[in-house]
Design a protein around this ligand. Structure first.
Ligand code: ACO
Length: 438
């Protein structure tokens, strides 16, 4: 039996046999289904790409029903247990776990590129005193393209790798400066003797001490959170990275766009929204009334639901365990009780069960970040730093994929039929109305 599907066009009686490959038909194969010669051909209509595979990818695998997440085949639980963020970034970007010497060289390479040009500092100082650090982050990443004109040579493999290293290495420094700007403190330069996350904490929290002393439990917790956020296949921001990158712009400009997509409250801004929601609920006693409002269509339970996961997000499970370790150091976040009660009620409520709404990665991450001393505005930035590895891996995969072209979806036009321009003096007082559909 050939792996094909036969479509009968009831308008013409014609039959078309379309091959099925990897569980998909090619949308372009539908073009042959036409009523007339000048007919454009059948399209699919898929707002929000709910059922459209836009690429082939070997990076991340998700089984949303079973709650499985793999980077390059390795389960997220094992990476969170045994790997580090930098090693995971290497795996995601280059496809295999590094040998000991490759990992050493990788650490050295990243450490050498953590500094920012001094003009970047001046550029960042120009932002308003209360500028949202995510706005500062994405603008500054975009600005980096002007410092590295060689980044335009995206098909030069060596230069491409250099930009990829620069991005992984410099995004924490940008994030650190953005945080210090918000808090009105002097910018802290990278300390190359510290680990990736240790140095990040140093750039955020160092005060008058000569050498910042890293708390190893918080350092490891942040590293685990970075591992969990490193990639998540074709989500909104990654699709933005691929879409913008498909125009062959430099990776800094594309990554600024990806970070902008992440900023939104339905995506990476959700952990900030969760914290605001918990503060608004205020106490366990108010949880039932809040759930009732959500079920009545007044707002959403932030940190719940996912386009792909229709069971417990595997990252949320790991984050919940990480939270316990962090709270042992920092003291329990008082909002945790409200979050646990929300989860308890939601998981036994018909509304959430029938819609398969479970906690996602953002439900608990904000509580940890807050306990560690990050203001809510930093949450999306803390997401963007590790996701940089995923974005650039996906960007490179797109660039070298011979099946990819500039991203350019089609549309179904619903506007006015052709009509003549009306000169101002002939328009009268009432607005010119559309003749759509006439
Ligand atoms: N609270 C209450 N109801 C919800 C929620 C929620 N968090 N999420 C979905 N629903 C309901 C919708 O109202 C809809 O109900 P209906 O069928 O009666 O109309 C149904 O569940 C399906 O929802 P959709 O919006 O169609 O689901 P979609 O896959 O488009 O959205 C999304 C996924 C955006 C994540 C959504 O669940 C949501 O808004 N969640 C809250 C925001 C959030 O936590 N985002 C972070 C996602 S993880 C990440 O990006 C890292």
């Amino acid at each position: 039996m050939p792996d094909t599907i036969t479509i009968t066009d009831n308008r013409t009686g014609k039959q078309y046999e379309l091959p099925i490959q990897d569980g998909a038909i090619k949308a372009m194969d539908l073009r042959k289904i036409k009523v007339a010669e000048d007919d454009f051909g059948l399209m699919t209509y898929d707002p929000a790409y709910q059922n459209t595979a836009a690429c082939k990818s070997a990076i991340t695998y998700i089984d949303g029903d079973k709650g499985v997440l793999l980077y390059r085949g390795y389960p997220i639980e094992q990476l969170a247990e045994g790997s580090t963020y930098l090693e995971t970034a290497y795996l995601i970007m280059f496809g295999e776990l590094p040998s000991a010497s490759q990992l050493d060289a990788w650490h050295r390479e990243i450490t050498l590129h953590t500094m920012l040009h001094e003009n970047i500092k001046q550029f960042m100082e120009g932002f308003n005193y209360d500028a949202h650090p995510m706005g500062v982050f994405l603008s500054t990443v975009g600005a980096l393209s002007t410092f590295y004109p060689d980044a335009k040579q995206i098909f030069n493999q060596e230069l491409r790798r250099l930009q990829m290293v620069r991005l992984v290495a410099k995004t924490p420094t940008i994030a650190g400066y953005a945080f210090r700007h918000l808090t009105g403190r002097f910018y802290v330069r990278p300390d190359n003797e510290l680990s990736f996350t240790g140095n990040f904490l140093n750039m955020l929290f160092r005060m008058t001490e000569v050498k910042y002393k890293v708390n190893p439990v918080l350092e490891r917790a942040l590293d685990v959170l970075f591992i969990l956020h490193a990639d998540h296949e074709q989500n909104c921001s990654t699709s933005a990275m691929r879409g913008i990158g498909s125009s062959h712009v430099d990776p800094y400009s594309a990554l600024a766009g990806a970070a902008a997509a992440l900023y939104g409250p339905l995506h990476g801004g959700a952990n900030e929204a969760v914290l605001k929601m918990l503060l608004e609920i205020g106490s366990i006693a108010n949880v039932p009334a809040f759930i009732k409002r959500v079920k009545g269509g007044e707002g959403r339970l932030m940190g719940f639901g996912h386009r792909v996961y229709k069971s417990y997000d595997p990252r949320a499970k790991i984050i919940k365990q990480t939270a316990d370790k962090v709270f042992e150091q920092t003291g329990r976040n008082p909002l945790l009780e409200i979050a646990l009660e929300l989860e308890r009620i939601a998981l036994q409520d018909e509304y959430f069960i029938s819609r398969k709404l479970y906690p996602n990665v953002d439900f608990y991450s904000g509580l940890i970040y807050q306990a560690m001393g990050f203001p809510v505005e930093m949450f999306p930035v803390l997401f963007a730093i590790p996701r940089t590895a995923g974005w650039i891996a996906q960007w490179e995969e797109m660039l070298v994929d011979p099946e990819q072209k500039i991203a350019r979806p089609r549309q179904i036009y619903t506007g006015a039929a052709p009509r003549d321009y009306v000169a101002m003096e002939r328009r009268g007082k009432s607005p010119v109305t559309s003749s759509a559909g006439s």
